[in-house]
Structures are given as C-alpha cells and as structure tokens.
Design a protein around this ligand. Structure first.
Ligand code: AMP
Length: 415
C-alpha cells in the first residue's frame, strides 16, 4: 500500500514513523512534511488547504490511502476532494469536521446525542455575553466559535477579561466551568463502528505547574494510572458511540479520528471539546504504545470495514513525550536557529525525536522553523522510566533559547 500523509508537524511525524514500521506500507509520502519526516518518507511541497492539489498529488503518487493530519485541511474540505477522486482517505468531510470547527455545532450535536457536556450559551453580542457570564458566575469560560488552534479559549475569574475576549470574537460559546482532571481519548471510526484508543493526558500551559499562557501542548503521557477503571468503556458508551450515531442520523457521517477532550468532574465525565483529528502531542504517546500495524487500522476507517478489525494490541508499558519549543513561544516564537544533538538524543535507542517545526538548510543542518520544534518521546516499563528516558534525551539536545516543561507526567509517575 502506498500512503500519503498530509501535514508537517510532530503528529504527522508520529503517524509517518508508525506507518514506516508497518510491513503493509510499500511507499510512504508526506506533504509538506518537515526535516524529520523526510528521514522516513518522501516529502512533497503542497498547499495543505488546497483539496484539488492534494488529490492530484495523491493520484500522481498512486496512493491507496491518504491520511489527513491537521484540522485546517479537514475543515477546508481536503478529505472530500480526495474521496471525490476515488482515493480512500482517513479523515472526515468538511461538514463533519465542523464538530471541531464550530463549538456551537458540537454543542448542538451533543445535545441531540444526549452526551454529557458543560451547559452553555452561544452569544453574538456583548450584552448577551455579559448575561451568560453572570448566569454561570466565576470562573468564566469563553470560547471563540471557530478554529483557533487551541488558543481561542479564555478561562479566567476576571469578568472584564472574559468580556473583552467575548467582544473580540464574532460569536462565542460561554459555558459553565468544569472542575477535575482532563483526559484525551481518541477513537477511530468509519461512521458506524467506533474503536477507542488508549487514553492520554496533555499539558496545555507553557510553564511548569500549569502556569503561563495556553499553548498547542507542551507534553503528554499514556497510560493514566490514576484514571478510574472502565473509563474507556464508559466514554465509548456515553460519548463516542452516541456522537457518531447522531452525526450519521443527521446525514453528516463522521469517519476518521474522533477526539474527545474530557473533564472527570465531581459530577461525572463531561466533554470539554471534540476534535476531528489526532491530537498533538497525545498522538506521539498513544502511537508509541500501539502494537497493531497502523495502516490497516486507518484504511479500515476509510473503507468502512472497522467492524472486521481484530482488537487492537497495546504495549503494556508507558510513553512520555516532552515538547521542546522555541524562545518566545507561544507569543512570538523565534525561528531559524540550528538544533544540535539530535543523533545523540536517540543514540542509546530508548528515546526518539519527532520533529514539529523544523527544516533542513542547504548544508543539511536542521533549523527550528516553528513555535513547537521537537517532540521528544520515550517508552518504558512504567511512566517513571519513560519520563527519565525522555528527559535524558531532551538534555542532549541544544537549541538556542529552547524551552520545555520539566514536569511532564511527574505527578502521574509517582502516583
Ligand atoms: P478547548 O479548546 O475547548 O479544549 O479548551 C482549551 C482548554 O481550556 C481545555 O483543555 C481546558 O483546560 C480549558 N477549558 C475549556 N472548557 C472548559 C470548561 N468548561 N471548564 C474548565 N476548563 C475549560
């Protein structure tokens, strides 16, 4: 099988790494890719948001499967264009991707499916927003009703700040605050059958101790030793399957990766948000533990044959990923700096480096090219070992002004 992956971050590097280890994959391509992906796949320049361009590339390459990584191409209809060209594609239609692209649509689907989530109001004026804020009280949760790469959400006890965010957005969803730890649970679906993956937890704030601004994610780990037993089955039954069924009932069949961001609150499990694609950086740790070859799983989603898939096999051990970000991330990331120590980080075979924002210069040196630069990942018998190995690898890498959190999986490893 020839596979084309669309995207160029650490999530796509993780996907490409797993696909490159799958004996069923005879050729692996990625567009646009990055310097790390280029080591495991043939990379091609492409405008990721241009469905016609992506479909033409897939046709030219003779791809038997196209895997769309990021949300923006999905929302732009890239999966639709590839599907219309008769090529199997892993990823939802633009219409179904609104589950991520529009918070108001997601809330409507959840209401229809009876899925537990925060109570909320959709507001288009400041007066409406003020009323909603006062109805729930502090802490306030104000979400831009559009794609904002995880940065459109303001959680604050400052009413002025909450109102200012609402005023700056065209349409917002204001909702009740959910207490309790967060879990990311991914599921592969073909629109009917839902196959949950292993849960993970990510770290959204820039600094240790969950301080500092929100980011795309600074690290992740799996499994979650503190999570209640039966969590995956409960979420499959109360969240994932009803959502997939509701979308099919509406004629908006969802195939691809359904990502449930959950809060385990004192009043039970609640959905914080849905995403329509693999999460970054949780994918790095979830795929590190998946033993079943990946291509067949993604193809079964694309072809509607997930009901025939053997149960997934998982590594019983743990995985930890630590994101190395550039100086100034997330506000004003500095790029173009050389990255040293990449080979040394992987030398003892206990860790691997996934590239997020990198590019190679003419001399083959790897330079930083984005806010999140690397996702340094390790597995181990338990979280403590995986964490030790990941941080030992991070310590061998140098990037001027580079920053990372030092507390990824720390609490869970000692639990
Ligand atoms: P979202 O883009 O909806 O995932 O929101 C980003 C982050 O904001 C989440 O990971 C949570 O940490 C936080 N958040 C979102 N909604 C709520 C809520 N209702 N209560 C508490 N925290 C929330």
């Amino acid at each position: 099988m020839k596979v084309l992956v669309i995207g160029g971050g650490a999530r796509e590097h993780a996907l490409c790494r797993s696909l490159s280890q799958d004996p069923a994959v005879t050729e692996l391509h990625c567009a646009p890719g990055n310097a790390g992906i280029a080591q495991v796949a043939a990379v091609h320049p492409v405008d990721q948001l241009d469905g016609a361009q992506v479909a033409a590339l897939a046709g030219r390459l003779g791809a038997g499967l196209v895997v769309v990584g990021p949300e923006a191409p999905l929302v732009a209809g890239v999966a639709d264009a590839v599907r219309a060209a008769g090529i199997p594609v892993f990823g939802p239609s633009a219409e179904a991707a609104r589950l991520e692209g529009s918070k108001a649509f997601a809330k409507d689907v959840m209401a229809g499916a009876g899925v537990p989530t925060a109570r909320s109001y959709v507001c288009t004026t400041v007066a409406e927003a003020a009323e909603a804020l006062d109805a729930f009280g502090a802490p306030y949760v104000v979400k831009d009703d559009g794609l904002a790469a995880g940065k459109g959400v303001v959680v604050t006890s400052d009413r002025e700040a909450a109102l200012a965010h609402a005023a700056a957005c065209e349409r917002v969803v204001i909702e009740e605050y959910l207490d309790g730890p967060e879990v990311s649970l991914f599921a592969i679906t073909d629109g009917t059958t839902v196959v949950p993956l292993q849960p993970a937890q990510d770290f959204k704030r820039a600094l240790d101790g969950d301080e500092g601004p929100n980011t795309g994610g600074m690290g992740a780990y799996s499994p979650l030793p503190w999570a209640p037993p039966g969590l995956v089955e409960e979420v499959l039954e109360t969240v994932l399957q009803p959502t997939v069924d509701e979308l099919r009932r509406r004629g908006t069949e969802f195939s691809g990766l359904l990502y449930a961001g959950l809060a385990l609150t004192s009043r039970g499990t609640r959905v914080i948000e849905f995403n329509a694609r693999f999460g970054d950086p949780e994918t790095q740790v979830v795929l590190a533990r998946l033993r079943t070859p990946l291509a067949g799983v993604l193809l079964a989603s694309a072809n509607g044959t997930l009901d025939q898939l053997e149960p997934l096999r998982w590594d019983e051990g743990a995985a930890v990923t630590v994101v190395v970000a550039s100086e100034g991330y997330p506000a004003a990331p500095r790029t173009g700096d050389p990255i040293e120590g990449l080979a040394e980080a992987e030398a003892d075979g206990t860790a691997f480096v996934l590239h997020a924002g990198t590019k190679a210069d003419q001399d083959g040196r790897v330079l930083s090219a984005g806010g999140r630069v690397l996702s340094v990942t390790a597995t181990g018998a338990g979280l403590a070992e995986a964490r030790e190995r990941a941080y030992a690898a991070v310590d061998r890498i140098s990037l001027k002004g580079g920053q990372h959190r030092t507390d990824i999986a720390a609490k869970a490893a000692t639990a």
